[in-house]
Design a protein around this ligand. Structure first.
Ligand SMILES: Nc1nc2c(ncn2[C@@H]2O[C@H](COP(=O)(O)O[C@H]3[C@@H](O)[C@H](n4cnc5c(=O)[nH]c(N)nc54)O[C@@H]3COP(=O)(O)O)[C@@H](O)[C@H]2O)c(=O)[nH]1
Length: 698
């Protein structure tokens, strides 16, 4: 024990020096430090200086009485903690009453019994110390309870009242008037919907001695609803049963839990259910449909070229498009005209699976026409312009539809089937919907296998390039070649691009493949240009994905550098659809490509948008008249007219033109009459492997 725990300071206040001396003598011990005062005023002064643990205070003194002195001591800063014992010959009930009223701790009557006096003083000192420690602990406890938002209550089974802690009153927002409240007052605070939980648990505690651990909502005095966790224990002492409980305000914890579960199940951007919740909802919808013998349709919606929006306008705008998309899909599905399509709209669920992928679940469907109606509504709604801060953006979407039970009875399979259908719809030109079918599934599996094989094809050197000569009919000589990719598949044999280019595009593999073709073709053209005969132009196809890839200029520059080819011998063939995706960026890109010294050709001209304004603005060198206009040029006047128009247009704009897919002498004659001089087609030569071209030009 430390010195301060063992030693005490005593202040003796008496106008009689004899009494003071006797008291001092009686208390004499090394653990007590004794101070004296002969009046009330002096006592107040010494008290401030020494802060005693006990004051032995005479009542009857000249000047300030002991009662008055006690009152003033209690008012001082340290006065509350000190024991004050009134020492007096006055022992009438009224005097004793007054002593306690002014704050005395105890009362001793004169004449003092000296053998007991020392023990009594020490007992009071210890008791006061214990009381002080208890009150400090209580205040710490109530502070801790207040921080922890923890209230305490206790009920003696025989009492009509429940005792409550101060913190509990403050948690309820009630001013503490009394420590005890009636059961019915407690019940009144509880949220009406939770009263049953509380009273059932309370009754069980009362009748079956069973403690409880429950949560319920409470309405505070100010109307705020908070949530309590009420944990109880039943104690039996001396045949008395009591129930004690701690109430923990778990409102913020519950709110956090709710928030966490919101983030786990909802997409924060669109506020739609996320993939996880969608899968749960889908499982639920399928079980209900199974029970009720109903159908469910799943619409898998993917925005077309959404990446371009992010790339061109930034993610901020992309986010706004997604948010608006979510609300447009929701309104397309929210069925105000229930009667028209015969669905209960409340059952239908929209979710955002990822990025630009959304799903719609149509429940209680008995007719696939409903899915068609909704799919068309979604497409129509999304094709309306998106008016954002400073942009007006147009997008389209593609939708795949899978049906329960027709396509599967399994959530994952249905999702996969809708995805397959969506991909097929993309291949059909986007901005449309497509139902899943088994044929599609087979097709999709084949696609996947080709995609896998294609990855290894690059590593295994299975890709080769054929070269199709381009002729100048006037000069009757080869002026160039178009590089055309082939795949020597180890099992399927020689595959033409039509069998794998789309897959390479969809999987992104076209980017490394295209870069490889570009480099090989440039190297080949360089080699031929070094033969001393004459230089040949080399035309290389660029897919839309390749064209829009950010590294295209670097790829072209790299191919030119590693091959050593004169840039003027390289011609890149780009389709109309690739270049109109983003006019501003395209113009900048075409200008930078032209800056490298290469030529640019529009492939399949006439089959796409054929916008005259881009012909005016873009730095294009050549128009390739599409085979579809050449095929019947001799017999079909309209095709002939179109071909002639394109050739004239090229001529008027100072562009070169190449007629492609020329197969007959008559076609050559007709085109020549229209002024065409450059030709490509089977009539002249099919695409040839490099060895045959070598023989042709040597
Ligand atoms: N992004 C890339 N696309 C490429 C690449 N290599 C080819 N392709 C594209 O694949 C499509 C099919 O090409 P292919 O099977 O090679 O067919 C070409 C010619 O063989 C064919 N052609 C040419 N003349 C005739 C003809 O008289 N009759 C006839 N039936 N077909 C003929 O036309 C194709 C060339 O067309 P185009 O590119 O429009 O000039 C095709 O779209 C290729 O573009 C590649 O490396 N990357």
């Amino acid at each position: 024990m430390s010195k301060s725990d063992m030693s005490y300071t005593v202040l003796i206040v008496d106008d009689d020096p004899g009494i003071r001396l006797l008291m001092k003598y009686a208390l004499q011990d090394e653990d007590l430090t004794i101070f004296e005062a002969d009046s009330g005023d002096k006592a107040l002064q010494v008290f401030q200086e020494v802060s005693p643990d006990i004051v032995l205070l005479d009542v009857s003194m000249p000047g300030m009485t002991g009662f008055e002195c006690c009152k003033q001591l209690r008012r001082s800063a340290m006065g509350a903690q000190c024991a004050i014992v009134m020492v007096t010959a006055l022992d009438k009930p009224q005097d004793i009453e007054t002593a306690f009223e002014v704050g005395a701790t105890d009362f001793m009557t004169k004449p003092l019994k000296w053998p007991l006096f020392n023990h009594r003083v020490r007992y009071i000192l210890k008791a006061n110390k214990t009381l002080l420690a208890l009150s400090r602990n209580q205040s710490k406890l109530s502070k801790a309870q207040s921080i922890a938002r923890l209230g305490y209550w206790e009920w003696d089974f025989k009492s009509p009242f429940i005792e409550c802690s101060t913190e509990l009153f403050s948690m309820l927002g009630i001013k503490k008037i009394d420590e005890a409240v009636m059961y019915r007052s407690v019940l009144r605070c509880i949220h009406p919907e939770d009263r049953r939980i509380f009273s059932a648990a309370f009754r069980q505690a009362l009748h079956e001695n069973q403690s409880y651990d429950i949560e319920y909502r409470v309405i505070r005095a100010d109307g705020e609803v908070i949530i309590f966790h009420d944990r109880t224990d039943i104690i039996e002492e001396y045949g008395h049963k009591r129930i004690i409980g701690t109430l923990h305000d778990i409102t913020s914890q519950k709110n956090t839990e709710r928030e966490i579960s919101y983030y786990a199940y909802y997409d924060t951007l669109t506020k739609l259910p996320n993939r996880r919740l969608f899968l749960d909802q889908f499982e639920g919808a399928l079980s209900t449909a199974k029970r009720r013998n109903e159908k469910v349709s799943l619409l898998f919606i993917d925005l077309d070229h959404f990446k371009n929006i992010n790339d061109s306008y930034g993610h901020h705008v992309g986010d706004q498009v997604l948010t608006q998309t979510a609300s447009r899909i929701k309104s397309s599905v929210r069925i105000s005209d229930v009667l028209t399509i015969g669905l209960d709209g409340s059952e239908n669920k929209v979710a955002r699976l990822a990025g630009d992928e959304f799903t719609v679940l149509l429940c209680e469907v008995n007719d696939v026409d409903n899915a068609v109606t909704i799919a068309q509504r979604v497409l129509d709604s999304l094709s309306q312009p998106f008016i954002l801060d400073s942009h007006t953006i147009y997008i389209t979407a593609t939708i795949g539809i899978a049906l329960y039970p027709d396509d599967s009875d399994n959530v994952q399979e249905l999702l996969q089937n809708a995805d397959v259908a969506m991909y097929h719809a993309k291949e059909n030109g986007r901005n449309n919907y497509q139902f899943f079918s088994e044929e599609l599934n087979v097709y999709h599996k084949n696609r996947l296998s080709i995609e896998n094989d294609l990855r290894s094809a690059i590593l295994n050197d299975e890709l080769v390039i054929y070269y199709q000569p381009q002729f100048n009919a006037e000069l009757n000589e080869i002026i160039g070649f178009e590089a055309l990719l082939r795949w020597e598949h180890p099992i399927k044999g020689l595959l033409s691009p039509d069998q794998f280019i789309n897959i390479a595009e969809a999987s992104g593999l076209i980017v490394p493949i295209g870069a490889w073709v570009l480099e090989q073709a440039c190297k080949q053209a360089y080699e031929w240009s070094q033969r001393g005969t004459k230089p040949y132009r080399m035309a290389v196809n660029l897919s839309a994905l390749q064209f829009n890839h950010k590294n295209l200029s670097e790829q072209v520059l790299h191919a030119l550098e590693v091959s050593g080819l004169n840039p003027s011998l390289l011609e890149l063939e780009i389709t109309e659809s690739a270049i109109i995706q983003n006019i501003n960026e395209t113009l900048a890109l075409l200008v930078s490509l032209k800056g490298l010294g290469i030529n640019l050709a529009i492939d399949d001209f006439g089959t796409g948008y054929s916008s005259l304004s881009y012909l005016k603005n873009f730095p294009i060198d050549t128009l390739k008249v599409d085979k579809s206009f050449i095929d019947e040029i001799v017999t079909n006047k309209k095709d002939a007219a179109i071909a002639q128009t394109i050739l004239q247009l090229a001529d008027n704009l100072g562009l070169l033109s190449v007629a492609e897919g020329v197969e007959t002498k008559e076609q050559v004659a007709g085109l020549t009459e229209m002024g065409c001089t450059q030709f490509q087609g089977f009539y002249f030569s099919k695409p040839l492997p490099v060895e045959l071209v070598d023989m042709l030009i040597d």
